[in-house]
Design a protein around this ligand. Structure first.
Ligand SMILES: [Zn+2]
Length: 431
């Protein structure tokens, strides 16, 4: 081959792959995780969702993503961020009783002890930075990201914004892009949260036109995000992972269960909300009596009763924050603490109930293109996936890479090598 031709071809390859925007990004692969709260896996087909479907066409389609029990917001955002089940990471519901601390803790209040359960539990946005070598993380309203972690509360992500529903969506996107293109600390790992369509799903149920309108609006917001990434000339360079934390189920007024009539309410403290009640007997000696009363009532009502040690099938039996007795409504049923008028949306049920399944879409340079997988993703598998992408070692997880590794584009890592060989050949001819 003519050496001049090789030089020109090499320069062409270099020219095609050089982008001024790329220089602004982290030297590590960049992953942007976006959570649309309560976006049930099949909402994509409830109305027009062209932006999310286009991303799916560009990248990965899976049947759905499996959540952890209980299929509630804070436990699952923490599972997505840590790769651990609630039994291990300690965020066992949206509000909890911690007997060791002697406190009631709430994720809604951002109680730091609610999130920082143990020094061994660190979200991946912290582990990413601890791996060093100019790895930086950013979290925008991501549940649990605005309180510190570590034995001495010493860890926070480089960038974070606490929950504030009044900030317009385009401003949120601009901030996230500014983190990824920060001239001094460009982030390689970003988590962005949006509270819909969960709120609409709760208010109106899953099939109401108002909920469907908000599903469409969520897709529009994804479109704004993609457009702004394109304008910043980084859309093709980053890996976008769209997720939700759980699904949603409509409950009607005739599906309510009144638990307060089953046994004297003054005998126990109750935590949690439909469809999961955590029962703490005021006197431990009453535990059997309370369990037996609920058990008897469960034969003629649509709920199940468990002792803590009976929940191993849901990986929910070890944590100190799990109470001695748990009531779980059957799918489609609710307890008396909600007011369906006439409909209400509920999640929190057994994650194996399909309507609790969440959304997962991924696209970008590291993911296969137009790949349709028949295997569901489990949300505790995301951290092993991120750890592999970012080359962060020794990340403890209860998830497995095996279920998600097949989504990665095996040739993505080879491209740089091939390019370097071309460049080396060009230089050998020039020099
Ligand atoms: Zn949620």
């Amino acid at each position: 081959m003519n050496s001049t031709f090789v030089v020109l071809a090499g320069l062409l390859v270099i020219g095609l792959t050089y982008s001024p925007a790329k220089a602004k990004l982290s030297k590590h692969p960049v992953v942007l995780v976006v959570s649309f709260d309560g976006f049930r896996y099949d909402y994509l087909n409830k109305t027009d969702t062209p932006n999310l479907k286009e991303l799916q066409r560009q990248g990965i389609t899976v049947p759905h993503m499996v959540s952890q029990f209980p299929s509630n917001t804070f436990p699952n955002h923490q599972s997505i961020a840590t790769g651990l089940t609630p039994d291990t990471h300690g965020v066992v519901d949206n509000t909890v009783r911690d007997p060791l601390l002697g406190k009631n803790l709430s994720g809604f209040n951002d109680d730091w002890e609610f999130w920082n359960y143990s020094p061994d539990v660190l979200p991946f946005y912290i582990r990413n930075e601890l791996a060093g070598d100019e790895r930086y993380s950013g979290c925008y309203m991501w549940a649990g990201s605005s309180t510190p972690y570590g034995a001495n509360n010493e860890y926070r992500p480089k960038f974070f914004v606490a929950y504030n529903g009044s900030i317009p969506w385009p401003d949120r996107v601009d901030t996230v892009i500014s983190w990824m293109t920060d001239p001094v600390h460009p982030t390689n790992m970003v988590f962005l949260y949006y509270n819909e369509p969960d709120s609409a799903g709760h208010s109106y149920g899953t099939d109401d036109n108002r909920t469907i309108e908000i599903i469409k609006q969520s897709d529009d917001r994804a479109g704004v995000l993609f457009q702004k990434l394109k304008e910043a000339e980084i859309y093709d360079l980053i890996n976008i992972v769209i997720v939700s934390d759980h699904g949603m189920q409509t409950v009607t007024r005739d599906m309510l269960i009144n638990t307060t009539a089953m046994i004297d309410r003054s005998l126990y403290e109750r935590y949690g909300s439909t469809p999961v009640y955590h029962i703490l007997p005021k006197n431990a000696s009453d535990t059997d009596r309370i369990y037996d009363a609920f058990k008897a009532a469960s034969y003629t009502n649509h709920f199940s009763v468990y002792r803590k040690e009976q929940l191993t099938h849901l990986k929910y039996s070890q944590n100190r924050r799990i109470m001695p007795i748990l009531l779980l409504a059957d799918p489609g049923y609710g307890f008396e603490n909600i007011n369906p008028n006439p409909n209400y949306g509920v999640h929190g049920y057994d994650p194996n109930f399909r309507n609790m399944s969440a959304l997962f879409i991924a696209a970008g340079p590291l993911f296969k293109k137009g790949y349709v997988s028949q295997l569901p993703v489990n949300n505790i598998d995301l951290v092993p996936l991120f750890a592999k992408i970012m080359n962060v070692k020794n990340v403890p997880t209860e998830g497995t890479l095996e279920r998600v590794e097949l989504l990665l584009n095996a040739s993505a890592g080879h491209f740089v090598t091939v390019l370097l060989i071309v460049v080396a050949q060009v230089l050998s001819h020039v020099l």
